[in-house]
Design a binder for this molecule. Structure first.
Ligand code: HEM
Length: 357
């Protein structure tokens, strides 16, 4: 059974049924919901502390108590009530981007890519003109391009940190640079994490949702006039992040296998979210699925910091797109998956927009 990057679900289904835990490429891989959740929840056994390049030592790479200290530094600006204050700004960006669209559109490049980049750049206090450069840096870091632009990015951020220290503004760089909690190296890594963590992921949430609506047009009727968009079901159905690595901190018995201290573990979120043992009719898109305990944002201490922001951006973008989707016709070209196998998404979503619905 082959892993198909655009449709990994038959592979997951096969694995859950026949080999729910498999050691592949020397990594323990877990496919069932209960195991995936257990691994993500139990940081004292399944640690996030292993080399992660430039984002080593950031919140995503540390276990408690260090994790909790780092997370506390940014918890407030990313909290649901504070993110809610960004609503008009996000709406403004969506409308600005859509106002440039003519009779054809690449849903990815025209909206899904620039939206999260513009929002996070705004929060950090970085200029909009630099947006496409951030996007390239962000792609380079997650391995989409075969290019190492890290020194450029570090230098750029260092300059911004120095500028804000000299004259602080009301932005996240000023807040973080003004405190004494982080060394300069930690601060730059933190900024890089914030810059990249929300980009590819939110892009894929929007792209995957539009793809689902284009495939299942009958959903549009159902959603018409309904402002409670099924963002949670989009997150479950085609999860932007398909899995997460951990390292075992001790020997442990899980699902009848012996994982040894130091072994790498991969928890397949994308498979967990389609597990029939947890979700009724998992391969059906059910807009008002309740409950919907998907793991698209992870679980436990590392649950996505940006979840309220991603939900807000996804909801506003999709609300605006709902008016356009009935006019969209998918071009015949074959869809191409994004370059990094941990993410589920398409590189482009080219559509023609007819003048009438
Ligand atoms: C739909 C969009 C998104 C998805 C699917 C997503 C998914 C995830 C997942 C699965 C994790 C858990 C990582 C782990 O367990 O090791 C995570 C953590 C994280 N996410 Fe997101 N994310 C999204 C958007 C964002 C946004 C917009 C930001 C903000 C800039 C962000 C920032 C972070 C950070 C900083 C962490 C680490 C939190 C910690 O370790 O305590 N994410 N995300």
């Amino acid at each position: 059974m082959e892993y198909d990057h655009l449709n990994p679900y038959p592979f997951y289904s096969y694995m859950r049924e026949n080999k729910p835990v498999a050691k592949i490429d020397n990594i323990w891989q877990f496919f069932r919901y209960e195991d995936v959740r257990k691994i993500l929840m139990d940081w004292s056994t399944f640690s996030s502390h292993f080399p992660m390049g430039i984002i080593s030592g950031t919140v995503i790479n540390e276990d408690p108590p260090k994790h909790d200290q780092l997370r506390a530094l940014v918890a407030d600006p990313f909290s649901a009530p504070n993110v809610e204050l960004l609503r008009d700004r996000v709406r403004g960006i969506v409308h600005e981007l859509l106002s440039k669209v003519g009779s054809e559109m690449d849903v990815i490049n025209d909206l899904a890519v620039p939206l999260p980049v513009m929002v996070i750049a705004d929060m950090l206090g970085l200029p909009k003109e630099d947006m496409w450069t951030f996007k390239e840096w962000s792609d380079d870091l997650v391995g989409v391009n075969d290019r190492n632009s890290l020194p450029e990015l570090v230098q750029y951020l260092q300059r911004k940190v120095e500028e804000r220290r000299a004259s602080p503004r009301k932005d996240l760089i000023s807040t973080l640079a003004g405190g004494r909690e982080l060394t300069d190296r930690e601060l730059i890594s933190f900024l890089i994490l914030l810059l990249v963590a929300g980009n590819e992921t939110t892009t894929n949430l929007i792209g995957n949702a539009v793809l689902t609506l284009l495939e299942r047009r009958e959903l549009l009727e159902h959603l018409k006039g309904d402002l409670t968009l099924p963002v949670e079901e989009f997150l479950r159905y085609r999860s932007p992040v398909q899995g997460m690595f951990r390292i075992a901190k001790k020997n442990v018995q899980i699902s009848n296998v012996e994982v040894k201290e130091g072994d790498m573990v991969f928890a397949w979120i994308g498979s967990a979210n389609r597990d029939e043992a947890k979700f009724k009719d998992p391969d059906f898109f059910i807009p008002d699925r309740k409950p919907n305990p998907h793991l698209a944002f992870g679980a436990g201490v590392h649950t996505c910091l940006g979840a309220p922001l991603a939900r807000l951006e996804g909801k506003i973008a999709l609300e605006a797109l709902l008016k356009l989707i009935p006019r969209m016709k998918l071009r015949e070209e074959k869809l191409e998956p994004v370059g990094n196998w941990i993410f589920l998404g398409v590189r482009h979503l080219l559509v023609d927009l007819s003048t009438s619905a």
